[in-house]
Design a protein around this ligand. Structure first.
Ligand code: NAP
Length: 305
């Protein structure tokens, strides 16, 4: 029996673990993949207070080592569902052989983050890994010296384009509007680069190439005009979406699928808390994920008593 089970080993989950173990609680983190969450895909983090510049991977490694070094247990496993019993909560994990393992705790913190949103264009899934990617840091090196495109206008797309511009011959940034959602400083940085070209008011209509991506057909949303870009890589960076359907029976989700809770990170289910990007909130940043982790862990400690 644990005091707190944390579902998700990203910034929010690991921060919650640090606060939980430092409050003297027995903490288990269950994570479907590897530790770190989305930040591991960020080449550079420059806006976490107190750290001038750090790679996302290095940041995540520091958090993981801090949490486990303080005594939090970390186990890889996909949580299928949470069950609320009279005296405890259970997290049911699916095992590789198809069996299920039940972990019990007095409180559960859901910190499942969010996953990449697909473009929704035909053959996107088929060509993922054959030119289509959702992670420039992971796959960018395969496109050294080649022409690539980044779809999106947020910080992720702008940072990805900057990262790719270091070794790709040309980087097109395809965005559906003429104003960027991401920071002006990042836009200005790209404007200075000769091998970066903005393709604005445009959306990807078609992925070209038989077995591997050879280009994209784009459409100008204002004029309707279409054109083809010859690229061997398309990096999709159009934001994230939550992955909370498995918890819909015990907590309320908003219309976009985020778990409903206020800044106190308490859900309406007793003993179930929520932290980070999977929660309804205005600002999804590293700093707010870490803050949620602290708030949720302390709320869970208070609940346990
Ligand atoms: P985001 O800020 O939500 O931006 C998503 C972008 O994709 C927007 O420009 C949006 O266009 C576009 N988009 C959405 N759906 C689309 C569709 N179906 N077709 C075409 N374009 C579409 O997502 P993000 O860039 O991944 O960032 C997520 C959060 O993480 C943000 O809060 C961001 O600030 C933060 N972040 C911070 C850093 C950093 O500070 N170092 C780095 C990365 C991310 P519209 O603008 O027209 O809606």
């Amino acid at each position: 029996m644990y005091d707190i089970i944390i579902v998700g080993g990203g910034t929010a989950g690991l921060s919650a673990a640090i606060y939980g173990v430092r409050a003297g609680r027995k903490v288990l983190i269950l994570e479907a993949k590897s530790y770190g969450g989305q930040i591991v895909n960020s080449p550079e983090v420059e806006n976490y207070p107190g750290i001038r510049k750090i790679s996302g991977m290095e940041f995540a490694k520091g958090l993981y080592e801090q949490a486990t070094g303080l005594g939090a247990e970390f186990r890889q496993g996909q949580v299928l569902r949470i069950e609320v019993r009279e005296n405890h909560r259970s997290a049911v994990v699916s095992e590789a052989d198809g069996s299920e393992t039940e972990y019990k705790a007095k409180a559960v913190i859901l910190a499942t983050g969010a996953r990449n949103r697909p473009l929704g264009v035909a053959r996107e899934q088929e060509l993922t890994g054959a030119g289509v990617s959702y992670c420039a840091t992971c796959d960018g090196m395969f496109f050294r010296g080649k022409q690539v495109a980044v779809a999106g206008g947020g910080n992720t797309a702008l940072e990805d384009a900057a990262f790719l511009s270091h070794y790709c011959e040309r980087v097109y940034v395809i965005h559906r509007r003429d104003r960027f959602r991401g920071e002006e400083r990042l836009v200005e940085n790209l404007r200075q680069k000769e091998n970066v070209e903005f393709v604005l008011d445009a959306v990807v209509e078609e992925l070209m190439g038989k077995d591997i991506l050879e280009g994209v057909r784009i459409r100008n949303v204002l004029s309707g005009e279409e054109m083809e870009l010859s690229v061997s890589g398309l990096f999709v960076a159009i934001g994230q979406m939550p992955d909370n359907d498995g918890f819909a029976g015990i907590v309320s989700l908003d219309e976009k699928g985020y778990i409903q809770a206020a800044e106190d990170c308490r859900t309406e289910a007793p003993g179930i808390f929520v932290a980070g990007d999977c929660r309804t909130k205005e600002v999804r940043q590293l700093a707010t994920a870490a803050a949620d982790g602290a708030v949720a862990a302390l709320a869970a400690c208070e609940y346990i008593g």
